[in-house]
Design a protein around this ligand. Structure first.
Ligand code: SF4
Ligand code: SF4
Length: 64
């Protein structure tokens, strides 16, 4: 099934919880020199479990 990982980087507070919880290392934090925020490494690594979505307290990542 086609899926996508949508990140709302302006809402992301860079806590890294989604990165830690992802069982397939599909996510990473990047730092632009000002702040850290989530980035997708490879959507094909994602199995759509939505653990990242559930752990994010600010709604900054969605699996569709
Ligand atoms: S849905 Fe699951 S596998 Fe996909 S990025 Fe989120 S935690 Fe990782
Ligand atoms: S859990 Fe949410 S706020 Fe924390 S790094 Fe991931 S997307 Fe950003």
């Amino acid at each position: 099934m086609e899926k996508d990982i949508i990140t709302y980087t302006f809402d992301c507070i860079g806590c890294g919880k989604c990165v830690s919880v992802c069982p397939h290392q599909a996510l990473k934090l990047v730092n632009n020199g000002m702040c850290s925020f989530v980035n997708v490494i490879d959507v094909d690594l994602c199995n759509g479990c939505k653990k990242c979505e559930r752990v994010c307290k600010v709604g900054a990542i969605k699996i569709i």
